[in-house]
Design a protein around this ligand. Structure first.
Ligand code: HEC
Length: 149
């Protein structure tokens, strides 16, 4: 069957809509990809501590290091002026920059601590657990203030 032009155009539009329509090379696309990666990484760490995944020390150490690197990166992809598009960032991100940056620094401090603790040998999951919890609390604190659900 030969697809008619309008139909073809429509399926292209649908494909774009399905992936959120966000250009992966735009600042918005970049920060959203980083946030997703942060979620994957922190869920693996939490999963290993809470028994959803088998605890693997090397994987935990690498994950904590990765999360600490990632936690420093999304902020540069919030432009000075709010960008148009499919963002879940509230206007407050731009209206209350100081507070937003403060919560970003808080997360960075928490991931740095987690990274440091995870490198102590032998790694004690009981020590790591509150550190992972602190990271998760920092994610949540910022989302409550600055992300529209
Ligand atoms: C300082 C504020 C702040 C902190 C800290 C923060 N986030 Fe977010 N997060 C945001 C904002 C704002 C958005 C919306 C971004 C957008 O759509 O433009 C977001 C979006 C997300 C998204 C959705 C991405 C998508 O698909 O659109 C995920 C997942 C996410 N964050 C995970 C995390 C995790 C995990 C942490 C902690 C390890 C974290 N965030 C810490 C502010 C924050």
């Amino acid at each position: 069957m030969k697809l008619s032009k309008p139909l073809l155009l429509c399926s292209v539009v649908l494909a774009l809509a399905a992936c959120g329509g966000v250009d992966p090379n735009s600042p918005m696309g970049k920060r959203q990809a980083l946030f997703k990666e942060m979620l994957r990484t922190s869920e693996d760490l939490g999963g290993m501590l809470r028994g959803r995944l088998p605890f693997d020390e090397a994987r935990f150490v690498a994950g904590a290091e990765q999360l600490d690197k990632l936690s420093r990166q999304p902020w540069q992809h919030f432009p000075q002026v709010r960008d148009e598009g499919d963002s879940r960032a509230k206007d407050e991100v731009w209206q209350r920059q100081e507070r937003f940056q403060q919560l970003a620094r808080q997360l960075e401090g928490d991931t740095a601590l987690l990274r440091e603790l995870s490198q102590r040998k032998p790694l004690d999951p009981k020590l790591a657990e509150p550190a992972v919890k602190k990271v998760e609390d920092s994610c949540r604190a910022c989302h409550e203030e600055f992300r529209a659900y």
